[in-house]
Design a protein around this ligand. Structure first.
Ligand code: WTA
Length: 639
């Protein structure tokens, strides 16, 4: 990468290099960002950097508006000369050893073929394409193929139900769906094509379905609508000119849960997003030619987008795509795979670490992890016990731990230690990266100084920030910029210690973080009330040893419907089929009524405390319309 630092004395240590970045940024932000932009290849290099505003009048997030580039070119073509024969994707299937390596040249060819196939189906710039796939290389191929021709991808996690898939297709009006015959997870089959067929009954915008063969199980193909990828790819060339895209042209939509309503289509654009994930991947993981990077996330989540696909490939790194689960065929799967493939950098979620930690150290110690040099975590706060275990048992005290705080909305990591430069503290995501300006405010929005605790906001834009909610720009503004006017509100609570380190305390809104996956309480509630025997439901988070948070549902049944364990099971299955297994409640409590204010609002604060078994200090609830239910709820919660 070109650099403009020749006239300065070389910075010596990583800490000094990081301090230098902060200083250059403070001195001249536009120059800093345009210099950073050089890490990408542009067909038209931008002359303008940040033109964002969080204020009502001229609200908008805009970066590098006169730049032009193509994401797939940046992830593939520009690496061909130097590393065409180096691994790009190292696929590891559900069964140990079901591996396949795609070099940059292989991946380039596959992406071009898929781009030609979907272009041949009439898909072009700005069209939406929904992906409902396992963690197979074709998922990355499909994402990059969309990027190559300027289509906007929307990846839907393969664990979501037909209904959830249909809702996400409908919202963005996709014309094409790319799916597979089946998925494989922990030895079990996931009927992706059958789910898709069910979803499509309600999706008139979908014209064609491209089906990847994963397991080979016969699936019905609808003539005129469905076609096989392995057949279509034979009929096209393996080259395809990349579509030049404006920096602010959309790259993808990814649905995520919020406090209210249906999941929002978070929209990321081409230039700023790619720059942010390329830069943060490099800064935090710095994978070189001898590294093999493994981020265990699924591409159905933002972590999979940014650090399985776009971040590593933009840097020419080798990235593992894992289509299995941490406990199959046994609890040593992660470590056996790290040893066999020679993984050097490993990035996972605290929930997985907690689950594995309790199975005992022998599962780790049985494998040679001497190649590991760096460890990362993401998705939820990591408790110091899990952090220390990760450090001691997995990292053998030798590997820095990079705890990365970020969100679907932020595109990539914002608060995280830079290895060797930032001293770590177990449980803290540490300090903001250059270009990130966190602020803590109290409930009234007053800025809090020094060591304190409050609501985490960001005072300025950064290139990877989401640009809008698909189809609802007003909702974007309302959701993130009106709670504390002039600031982006993250929805997280956070403590700042005397060293200025940030400690995320968890969501302060009605979002729960179950095993590192975001779930809106409103979504689970609306699934529950859609059940014929349910009158009302209220859902809150509860502490859960492995998952971080579990889902606690208070359910009021219709008159004359008796509560029973069978009904409880039935409701769990119902929610699984309405949303997906990740939304299945961990606890269901049948109630005679929900605590409500006189204006009819459910008092969630009380429900949360009961679910947390923290009922000594419930505060004043005498003004409720029905205070008498509270003692009943408490008594039943302990029964
Ligand atoms: C939480 C995942 C503490 C946080 C990348 C955030 C974290 C939500 C961390 C976003 C971390 C993520 N420490 N909490 N290192 N990383 N979170 O959109 O509550 O799926 O708001 O993005 O996860 O979840 P999302």
């Amino acid at each position: 990468m070109a650099s403009t630092t020749h006239d300065r004395p070389p910075a010596r240590t990583p800490a000094e290099r990081l301090a230098d970045r902060h200083a250059r940024l403070a001195a001249d932000p536009a120059a800093y960002w345009l210099d950073e932009a050089r890490r990408l290849d542009w067909s038209r290099f931008p002359t303008r950097a940040d033109e964002s505003s969080f204020a009502q009048g001229d609200f908008g997030i805009r970066w590098f508006v006169d730049g032009e580039l193509n994401v797939s070119f940046n992830c593939l073509d520009r690496h061909l000369a130097d590393r065409g024969d180096s691994p790009a994707i190292v696929f590891e299937g559900d069964e140990p050893g079901e591996s396949r390596i795609l070099t940059y040249r292989d991946l380039h060819g596959e992406v071009c073929r898929m781009a030609n196939v979907i272009r041949g189906l009439g898909i072009g710039k700005g069209d939406r394409v929904t992906l409902y796939l396992p963690m197979i290389p074709e998922a990355a191929v499909a994402m990059l193929a969309c990027a190559r021709i300027g289509a906007i991808h929307s990846v839907v996690f393969g664990g979501f139900s037909p209904d959830s898939l249909a809702g996400r297709i409908e919202d963005c009006g996709s014309r094409l769906l790319i799916t597979a015959d089946e998925g494989l997870r922990g030895g079990k089959r996931v009927p992706l094509k059958a789910n898709a067929d069910q979803a499509l009954a309600a999706c008139p915008t979908i014209e064609q379905v491209l089906v990847v063969r994963r397991t080979g199980t016969p699936v019905p193909m609808q003539t005129g609508r469905d076609l096989w990828w392995h057949e279509a790819r034979e009929l096209v060339r393996d080259t395809c000119d990349p579509e030049p895209m404006n920096a602010e042209d959309p790259l993808f939509i990814l649905y995520t849960s919020g406090s209210t309503g249906k999941p929002k289509g978070v929209l990321h654009t081409t230039g700023g997003y790619l720059l942010w994930v390329a830069k943060t991947f490099d800064l935090l993981f710095g994978a070189g030619d001898d590294d093999l990077f493994w981020c265990t996330a699924d591409v159905g989540w933002v972590t999979g987008h940014s650090y399985v696909v776009y971040g590593p490939l933009a840097n020419g790194a080798a990235t593992v795509m894992f289509d299995g689960v941490p406990n199959y065929p046994d609890f040593g799967r992660f470590w056996e795979t790290c040893a066999r493939l020679g993984v050097t950098i490993f990035y996972t979620a605290p929930t997985a670490l907690r689950a594995l930690m309790r199975e005992g150290d022998q599962w780790v110690e049985a494998h040679d992890l001497s190649r590991l040099r760096l460890l990362g975590t993401v998705g939820e706060p990591i408790n110091p016990e899990a952090w220390n275990w990760y450090d001691r048992v997995v990292g053998q005290g030798r590997c820095p731990i990079v705890d990365t705080w970020w969100q679907t909305e932020t595109g990539g990591a914002l608060i995280a230690p830079v290895p060797e430069a930032t001293a770590t503290k177990p449980g803290s995501a540490t300090l903001p990266l250059p270009g990130v300006f966190p602020e803590l405010v109290d409930a009234d929005g007053a800025l809090l100084d020094g060591a304190t605790e409050g609501n985490l906001c960001l005072a300025q834009s950064w290139p990877g920030q989401m640009r809008t909610v698909w189809g609802d720009h007003e909702r974007f503004f309302q959701t993130y910029f009106t709670t504390y006017p002039g600031k982006y509100f993250t929805g997280d609570g956070c403590r700042r210690d005397e060293d200025g380190y940030y400690w995320i305390t968890g969501r302060v809104d009605d979002v729960i973080n179950v095993s590192g996956h975001r779930m809106g309480t409103a979504e689970v509630e609306s699934a529950l009330v859609a059940h014929a025997q349910v009158a009302e439901a209220a859902v809150v988070g509860m502490p859960h040893e492995i998952k971080g948070q579990g889902i606690y549902a208070y359910v009021l049944l219709n008159a004359d419907v008796p509560a029973s364990d069978a009904l409880s099971r039935d409701l769990r299955n119902w929610v699984r089929s309405e949303i997906g297994p990740i939304a299945s409640p961990d606890a269901i409590q049948f109630v005679p009524g929900l605590p409500k204010t006189r204006s009819g609002k459910i008092m969630r604060r009380i429900l949360r405390k009961i679910a947390e078994r923290d009922t000594d200090n419930l505060g004043d609830f005498s003004t409720l319309a029905n205070p008498e239910v509270v003692p009943v709820l408490i008594a039943d919660s302990r029964a």
